[in-house]
Write a protein that binds this ligand. Structure first.
Ligand SMILES: *[C@@H]1O[C@H](CO)[C@@H](O)[C@H](O)[C@H]1NC(C)=O
Length: 245
């Protein structure tokens, strides 16, 4: 009996720590303090497929990867496979003391001619809660750690070489549906290891871009927007949290 029970315990621990892969258009997986979602919202603009794999997770951090092959519609985003923090939300910008984040990622494989970004998508609104890209959204704040193949954010570039959180950014701005999009695009190419306090961006938005300090952070997502190409994008570690004043 002792032998059997240790075999059962070994099998359970494999299930608990083994990688899980999702493939459906809007599949999501609980991932410790986070949620991993495929979000293949633009797939009908092209031809292809994508899967996302949760490697490991805890209340603090998460490891995951996504594999995709997309063709056609070179100017259309096909998806935003992403990690959403379940707890870093519901705080007004004026009440953020710090919002530390750490993201280490790389392309394990990558086709030539790939068009894709690797980005944060941070949603702000008047109400304390609201789903991303809905009537509750006032601002979409993107932070592009990578943008390959000549792709551009929504709107037009309004500033270049802005220094925030130890990195240099080009700032893009424009409307989308009922919200404003402000996108910070790395001016120095890929940032594969990103360890910053997001409050540096929030403070900049309030002090320099007219964003109301009473806006609530409704969601912090991090992921990738492929247009076309084939890749295996690996996030070896990601975390984000908010400490209130
Ligand atoms: C993702 O792509 C990598 C590299 O090609 C491969 O080793 C891995 O098995 C793929 N994972 C899934 C779930 O398809």
């Amino acid at each position: 009996m002792r032998l059997y029970s240790s075999i059962i315990i070994a099998a359970l621990s494999v299930i608990a720590t083994g990688a899980q892969t999702i493939s459906g258009q809007y599949d999501c997986l609980p991932a410790g303090g986070y949620t991993l979602c495929q979000n293949l919202w633009g797939k009908s603009a092209g031809v292809g497929s994508q899967t996302s794999t949760l490697t490991s997770s805890s209340s603090q951090s998460v490891s995951w990867s996504t594999n995709y092959t997309w063709a056609n519609g070179p100017n259309n985003v096909k998806s935003y496979a992403n990690i959403l923090s379940n707890s870093a939300k519901g705080v007004q910008l004026q009440n953020v003391a710090s919002a530390p984040t750490s993201w280490t990622w790389s392309y394990a494989t990558q086709s030539s001619g790939i068009r894709a970004d690797v980005s944060y998508d941070i949603w702000l609104g008047v109400a304390s809660s609201g789903n991303p890209a809905t009537s509750a959204s006032s601002y979409e704040i993107m932070i592009w750690l990578s943008g390959l193949g000549g792709i551009q954010p929504v709107g037009s570039q309004i500033l270049s070489n802005v220094q925030i959180a130890g990195h240099t950014w080009n700032l893009w701005k424009g409307p989308n549906a009922n919200w404003q999009v402000l996108s910070f695009v790395s001016a120095t190419g890929n940032i594969n290891s990103f360890n910053v306090d997001l409050n540096a961006f929030f403070t900049y938005l309030v002090q320099q871009q007219g964003v109301s300090a009473s806006q609530y952070i409704q969601a912090i997502q991090s992921g990738t927007e492929p247009f076309v190409g084939t890749a295996n994008l690996v996030t070896s570690t990601y975390s984000v949290s908010i400490t209130r004043k």
